[in-house]
Write a protein that binds this ligand. Structure first.
Ligand code: ATP
Ligand code: MN
Length: 513
């Protein structure tokens, strides 16, 4: 690595153009035909939750929800790995970005991101809130994230599960990340910290997207696990985007934690996602693991050769009409998104209070898993509060904050299935984005208020009998199955999985019937 007069150089707050040059010069990334910078993340093309640990330290250890997903690591182990990181920084050129998290100035967190890779520095600049020049003059970090993929842990002496590690030290306000080049770890480590810091200030931290009507009076939140549509559905020409992934809900309303978006690009189409598509094609945007033609440099969003989880990271101002203050009023509607590969959840249902708590604590979606015999089968994913990998406190704490706010502000809560209809994966088809958007529009415009509903016998969900712009066959999941008895069996199976899961978390979420 280049040492200038024998001293490692720290490059601070470089601009996108300068970071492009650095990344290309160092062979970290390439420029594609659209003007975006494209990088490969290496072995890890997604987050690595099994490698994440909370440092067991006196200020936070009694508050942390210790469970198999929140693993402890001793302070002494953290010190060893931190020393390894510091030795690396002393002998290699690194990049620093000073940024903010939390758009509401009352809760602003000053974050310093120190990275080995120039493109990680641009990622941090794109995803977090960019301070103004004068705000940088006196910048002192509240929290520091170090991302050094070349620093690897030794499982025998460092106490980690692999050479990859993400260690969150809430007492010292430091996160150290090694052995992975997946940039999403950087943003989600700060989200984790905020899940600890904000409840103490009476702010509810949420893994959700948010948008509002043109006049700002009608805010909606979209909760959901990965791939369920938070980013896709919150970018909508008739609405203004507040943020695509992480928000806080305070006494004054909601605010974005970030200043950028991290969109999936796999099989993205200009027609169904025009705003995101255009942002993906802009100078300054980072593409991760997108295949491109080495000669023409034209990106191929349809290719999953490197991973299914291809991404674009860009500043939120690339989305037309985004709310640049990153803040909004108390929401009128909250939407839980699931991509149900079992194909049994209704495209839309309105939740009563008990169901709100139950489905929030369940945090359900499903994916399609291949079996040994080459048969694809749906597999449920339950991630409590739609955010299990980022929760610090016990799930009931977050569920209480949601239910309290929903009641106080008379919020309507809905559950949407953005997954499969007309049969399970392999038989039915994924809901079209156009139909899901029509449902969201109907919900937000209040079109479903006067519509009669029926209660499904298996989940007890209240399903509207009619949604403008959505055909009947799409709305009635059971009727859309080739054989409705198969539907009953599959739905019963999924309901039993929900029950088993809610008991396993050991929370107060009671059965939804
Ligand atoms: P993450 O937490 O990983 O960022 P996310 O909830 O933001 O996930 P999106 O990026 O919105 O998820 O991904 C939804 C994906 O599903 C997109 O690739 C989108 O094109 C696709 N999709 C297909 N059908 C639908 C639908 N009916 N509604 C929403 N998205 C759909
Ligand atoms: Mn997203």
């Amino acid at each position: 690595m280049a040492l200038e007069s024998g001293v490692a150089v720290e490059r601070r707050n470089l601009s996108p153009a300068a970071l492009y040059e650095e990344a290309v010069r160092r062979d970290e990334a390439a420029i594609v035909s659209t003007g975006a910078l494209t990088a490969e993340t290496g072995k890890h093309t997604g987050r690595s939750p099994k490698d994440k640990f909370f440092v067991k330290e006196p200020t936070s250890q009694d508050a942390i929800w210790w469970h198999p997903g929140n693993q402890p690591i001793a302070s002494a182990k953290f010190d060893l790995l931190l020393a390894k990181m510091e030795r690396f920084i002393a002998t290699h050129d690194v990049y620093t970005q000073d940024v903010f998290a939390c758009a509401d100035p009352r809760f602003r967190l000053r974050v310093r991101v120190i990275s080995e890779l120039a493109w990680h520095s641009l990622f941090a600049r794109n995803l977090f809130i960019r301070p103004k020049a004068d705000e940088l003059l006196t910048f002192e970090p509240d929290f520091t994230v170090m991302s050094l993929p070349s620093v690897k842990a030794d499982t025998s002496s460092d106490g980690t599960n692999s050479e990859t590690f993400i260690l969150v030290n809430l007492g010292r306000r430091i996160v150290i990340i090694g052995g992975t080049g997946y940039a999403g770890e950087i943003k989600k480590s700060i989200f984790t910290a905020l899940n600890y810091l904000l409840p103490a200030q009476n702010v509810f931290p949420m893994h959700c997207s948010a948008n509002t009507s043109a006049d700002g009076s009608d805010v909606a939140l979209f909760f959901g696990l990965s791939g369920t549509g938070k980013t896709t559905l919150s970018a909508e020409p008739s609405r203004r985007l507040i943020g695509d992934d992480e928000h806080g809900w305070s006494d004054r309303g909601v605010f974005n934690f970030e200043g950028g978006c991290y969109a999936k690009t796999i099989r993205i189409h200009k027609e169904s996602e025009p705003e995101i598509y255009t942002a993906t094609e802009s100078f300054g945007t980072i593409l991760e693991n997108v295949v491109y033609n080495p000669v023409t440099r034209v990106p191929d969003y349809d290719s999953d050769d490197k991973t299914e989880n291809t991404r674009a990271a860009y500043p939120i101002d690339l989305i037309p009409n985004a709310v640049l203050s990153g803040t909004g009023q108390h929401p009128h509607n909250v939407i839980f998104l699931s991509a149900d590969a079992f194909g049994v959840l209704p495209p839309v249902a309105r939740l009563d209070e008990e169901q709100i708590r139950f489905y929030f604590l369940s945090g359900y979606t499903a994916k399609v898993a291949g079996t040994e015999r080459g048969v694809t089968e749906p597999e449920p994913i339950f991630s409590t509060c739609f955010a299990a990998p980022f929760l610090v406190l016990p799930p009931d704490r977050y569920a209480d904050m949601l239910v309290e706010r929903v009641k106080r502000h008379h919020v309507d809560v809905w559950m949407l299935n953005t997954g499969w209809v007309g049969g399970p994966y392999g038989v039915g088809e994924r809901m079209s984005i156009a139909h899901t958007r029509a449902i969201v529009r109907a919900v937000l415009q209040g079109d479903l208020r006067g519509v009669s509903t029926h209660v499904d016998p298996i989940f007890g969900l209240h399903i509207p009998n009619r949604v403008p712009g959505v055909p009947r066959e799409v709305l009635d999941t059971r009727d859309s199955w080739p054989n409705p008895e198969d539907y009953d069996a599959q739905a019963t199976k999924l309901r039993d999985m929900f029950e088993k899961n809610i008991h396993s978390i050991g929370t107060s979420g009671s059965s939804s019937g």
